[in-house]
Write a protein that binds this ligand. Structure first.
Ligand SMILES: [Zn+2]
Length: 439
């Protein structure tokens, strides 16, 4: 592990914040240097944004190829004063290693590289790595990068960037991610703010926005946008089995979130199904009119709402956007700043998932649990269009990703690395090749 810890320590000291444009080239340089040290061919592939580091290690006689996806960018560290130790100084405390980006997802790359290092010339598969630098800002260049480099990225399976364990220490195996659509709804009315006394006769953009939003989701959480659920794929028998085995401590979560009950009073299997398999529309922020102290009798000329839509297979973000646009237009509300990507998933009973599960059993001596679809989103669809994808890593429930005092548990690094090592070995044995060999 000392090699892994040493690399991680150097990697964590680089403030590679894509949103602020810092540390990008430094991170790229360290990665290229490290890949070469590990016997990989490595190069920097420029994109329209931050570059992708591509590395490859070929194994003579190996039939299978694994493509690994990670990102070298991290979230901004602010607010600084909430960090107990500085975000760019990796610090061990109470068995945890604290630094910005350690859980999301620098430690995951470190244990993957550590596994490669430990296998040396006994690597049982061909390995390819892609480490991008824009994941935390929505991966705007990733689709273009993959489209231009399809032949280079050809592989039998993809190991995605994220994963961890639950409160009982059971590792999770992630088979997919939700898609997302970010958007802003804008209601416009009079050419300037007016005295509110005219509100009896002059159309109010704030009311238009409220009426429009109210029609998108019912109080029980059901989305009422016409056609929204039409393409939602139903959970199959294997999905249901995974849901049943999925740990979810409702009472602990309610306490953590400070809520009395979940939306619509849902609980048990229905709650887990909602979290994993159901799409939703979430309001991120409402803006408009007077927000200052006291009262102001004004009819504001404009009102806005930022929202996101979490999408599940087989919803199409383009179709959902069109439906939203059409619906909001009935209230005179316009949709702007729309961007996002589709969901992606690999079946829970596929060979690559089975290899990940078996490897977790071997590495942790515990039964892992399968998450068919992460409630969060990521650009997995770009890779999933080419091959099956699975994800596991070194995270833990208290990791504070995207928040101050992000951490991994130091004791998790060794089994997480062993998980990767076993996965490489099992992958060689079980996963069928993506493309049939020519006769
Ligand atoms: Zn993240």
């Amino acid at each position: 592990m000392s090699w892994t810890r040493h690399f991680l320590d150097r990697y964590l000291r680089i403030p590679s914040v894509s949103a602020q444009g810092t540390g990008m080239r430094e991170a790229v340089a360290l990665l290229v240097e490290t890949f070469r040290e590990l016997g990989c061919e490595a190069r920097v592939i420029e994109t329209s944004g931050n570059p992708v580091v591509f590395a490859e290690k070929k194994t003579p006689g190996a039939a299978k190829t694994l493509l690994v996806y990670n990102h070298y960018d991290v979230q901004p560290p602010e607010p600084f004063d909430e960090w107990i130790s500085p975000p760019w100084v990796p610090t061990e405390r109470d068995g945890k290693l604290f630094a910005r980006g350690v859980a999301d997802n620098k430690a995951n790359l470190a244990v993957r590289l550590g596994a490669l290092k430990s296998l040396g010339d006994r690597l049982p598969v061909n390995l390819k790595f892609t480490v991008e630098g824009e994941e935390e800002v929505g991966s705007p260049s990733l689709e273009g990068f993959v489209a231009k480099n399809r032949a280079l990225l050809a592989a039998d399976a993809c190991l995605w960037e994220t994963g961890g364990k639950d409160e009982q220490g059971r590792p999770d195996i992630i088979c997919g991610v939700k898609g997302i659509l970010h958007a802003e709804a804008v209601a416009k009315g009079p050419s300037r703010d007016l005295h509110s006394s005219v509100g009896v006769a002059v159309p109010s953009p704030a009311w238009s926005l409220v009426h429009a939003l109210a029609g998108l989701r019912a109080p029980d959480g059901v989305v009422t946008l016409p056609g929204f659920y039409d393409k939602v794929r139903r959970a199959d028998a294997a999905d249901r089995e995974a849901l049943r085995a999925m740990p979810y401590d409702e009472e602990a979560r309610k306490k953590l979130y400070g809520i009395k009950e979940f939306v619509g009073g849902v609980s048990g299997e229905d709650l887990k199904e909602a979290l994993v398999f159901k799409p939703t529309i979430n309001i991120n922020g409402l803006m408009g009119g007077y927000q200052g102290k006291g009262s102001k009798t004004v009819l504001p000329k404009e009102a806005r709402a930022k929202f996101d839509v979490r999408l599940v297979p087989d919803q199409d973000p383009v179709e959902v956007e069109a439906a939203l646009r059409k619906y909001l237009a009935m209230f005179g509300v316009e949709l702007v700043e729309v961007h996002g990507y589709p969901p992606a998933r690999t079946p829970v009973d596929s060979a690559v998932v089975k290899a990940a599960v078996e490897s977790a059993r071997e590495a942790y001596g515990k039964e892992p649990w399968i998450l068919p679809l992460m409630p969060a989103s990521g650009p997995m669809y770009v890779y999933r269009a080419l091959m099956p994808c699975v994800s596991f890593g070194a995270g833990w429930p208290g990791a504070n990703i995207h928040a101050p005092n992000e951490s991994v548990q130091v004791a998790d690094l060794a089994p997480a690395q062993e998980h990767v090592r076993r996965f490489l070995q099992n992958l060689a044995a079980v996963v069928p090749e993506a493309k049939p060999t020519a006769p």
